[in-house]
Design a protein around this ligand. Structure first.
Ligand code: DLZ
Length: 161
């Protein structure tokens, strides 16, 4: 299904299990918050559409994307979760900050996936420009927060197979 479509927010809903019994954590970066807020809304709407209960979505904010892995690790320790979605937006800008932050965030998240018992999803935009980010946060390229939620449900299902 997804081989042909590069955008997971046009997935076929019935191919996913109901999320009714799941409890999902979402860790959101405050940097570029007009983008991360839209991604968060997309993720929450997709989870609700799959039957997850509102009270079973735990949202926590961290200062920036660099803190997403730490925030996710804390959340997994604090409460029982079936999966975590990390939401962030890193814009290239003119410094090497972009590379350091994007690399550290991705590395941190893959480590969590290998160490922890639950899937931790990389729903972090890494864009050259703010326009590219806006296009992916509910604009012409869809909403990558929706994709993060769908990836999370797919990985939970993968774990339960
Ligand atoms: C410092 C910084 C910069 C320059 N750019 C971004 C960004 O585009 N997106 C983002 O999520 N965070 C950025 N940050 C903040 C870092 O992620 C982090 O919060 C700080 O370096 C403090 O550890």
């Amino acid at each position: 299904m997804t081989e042909k479509k590069k955008n997971l927010d046009s997935y076929i809903p019935f191919q996913l299990p109901s999320a009714e019994k799941y409890r999902i954590g979402i860790v959101v970066s405050e940097w570029n918050d007009h983008i991360t807020d839209s991604l968060l809304q997309g993720a929450i709407e997709a989870l609700l559409q799959h039957g997850i209960l509102k009270e079973n979505i735990v949202v926590k904010h961290v200062p920036g994307s660099f803190e997403l892995p730490t925030g996710a690790a804390h959340l997994i320790k604090q409460t029982t979760l079936d999966g975590v979605i990390c939401i962030g937006c890193i814009i290239q800008g003119e410094t090497r900050h972009f590379e350091f932050i994007a690399h550290a965030t991705a590395e941190g998240i893959i480590h969590l996936n290998l160490q922890q018992q639950v899937p931790v999803i990389f729903s972090v935009l890494t864009c050259d420009t703010m326009q590219q980010a806006e296009d992916r946060a509910g604009g012409k390229m869809g909403n990558k927060g929706v994709e993060g939620a769908i990836s999370c449900l797919k990985m939970i299902a993968f774990d339960h197979e």
